[in-house]
Design a protein around this ligand. Structure first.
Ligand SMILES: C[S@@+](CC[C@H](N)C(=O)[O-])C[C@H]1O[C@@H](n2cnc3c(N)ncnc32)[C@H](O)[C@@H]1O
Length: 309
């Protein structure tokens, strides 16, 4: 079924699909989450796979490590305190979703004396194409969590990791839950939709999320799956995660976020309606509400719980 009357969150624009993207369409339409996965992480053409760094003044958006050295300095203080409380043993400082490794480099540079000498540094990212050679000396980089050591305590940082995971776009239309799809027609991309699966409805029901007519919600099971994996990495340690987010009540409040939270960025401009039409833009989503991920951390019995403030 085509989108005759797209809500404001979805563009009416049609854009020519590049060849690499066309090849992903086994049928004439794919879920938006699959499109977002390809747009961000296609091994050759994905936004985060390229050697161009999208973060920083000359990129598309900024993150805390690129705005000021204060962030790295603060985390260095925390890292030293973590090391100090452990006694003599070696420990690891990890950044998951480390991008070009700048944050770890800043933390390592700002740490002093004995705490620094006991610390090993690990950067994990799905793509390491943005890591310059010099940083590889101080920091061990990997694309996989399984490469992290499990026999030493780990202080794990995640900065703006969860907002870069693919999301499913769900819409309530004429009382039915629908899933936003991206369709390839005559070489052009356009929005489409199909009935949502029972699993989608269950996802919302289980959390008590009720959408209003015409409302869009961007959600992803990948959020807490990844968080649970991270909780399972270290036998001892602490996870400190920084990200955008709202408590569920605000996140799905139709008066504030009627059209979901996914947005694409280019040169510090935000494009809310054209995420699919511009596969070269970095599509990012405001992550799920914190209490859900808190709950996951509780079940894994690994304190502390993350807070958005
Ligand atoms: C918005 S960027 C943030 C980069 C950096 N942390 C910063 O603050 O500047 C998100 C990063 O998370 C990485 N990423 C996404 N999913 C990941 C996963 N499952 N494991 C590791 N890295 C991931 C992306 O490749 C990207 O580099």
């Amino acid at each position: 079924m085509s989108f005759q009357d797209p809500p404001a969150s979805l563009s009416r624009r049609r854009l020519a699909a590049p060849d690499w993207l066309r090849k992903l369409f086994a049928s004439d339409e794919i879920p938006f989450a699959d499109f977002m996965e390809a747009a961000l992480y296609h091994p050759e053409f994905g936004y985060y796979s390229s050697s161009r760094n999208p973060v920083g003044e000359v990129g598309d958006f900024v993150t805390s490590p690129t705005i000021s050295p204060v962030f790295g300095f603060g985390l260095a203080r925390l890292s030293s305190e973590f090391g100090g409380r452990l006694g003599d043993g070696v420990y690891g400082i990890v950044d998951i979703g480390c991008g070009d490794g700048s944050l770890l480099e800043a933390v390592a540079a700002a740490m002093a004396g004995e705490h620094r000498s006991k610390a090993l540094f690990f950067g994990v990212d799905r793509s390491l194409s943005r890591v310059p050679e010099p940083k590889r000396g101080t920091i061990s980089f990997s694309t996989d969590l399984s490469a992290l050591p499990s026999d030493i305590p780990l202080l794990i940082f995640c900065n703006e990791l969860f907002d870069a995971l693919p999301v499913t776009r769900l819409l309530l239309r004429e009382g039915s839950l629908r899933e936003a799809m991206v369709r390839l027609r005559d070489g052009f991309l356009e929005w489409s939709e199909r009935p949502a699966t029972p699993a989608h409805a269950q996802y919302l029901n289980a959390r008590g999320i009720v959408l209003d007519e015409g409302q869009t919600a961007d959600v992803s099971p990948a959020w807490w799956q990844l968080y649970e994996q991270i909780c399972g990495v270290a036998a001892r340690g602490m996870i400190v995660t920084f990200d955008y987010g709202f408590e569920q009540k605000q996140l799905f409040d139709r008066r504030i976020r009627m059209h979901g939270t996914a947005a694409a960025y280019r040169a510090h401009g935000v494009h809310r309606a054209d995420q699919f039409a511009r596969p070269d833009l970095g599509v990012r989503a405001c992550r799920e509400s914190w209490p859900h991920i808190d709950g996951r951390a509780d079940r894994s019995r690994r304190p502390p719980r993350p807070r958005r403030d």
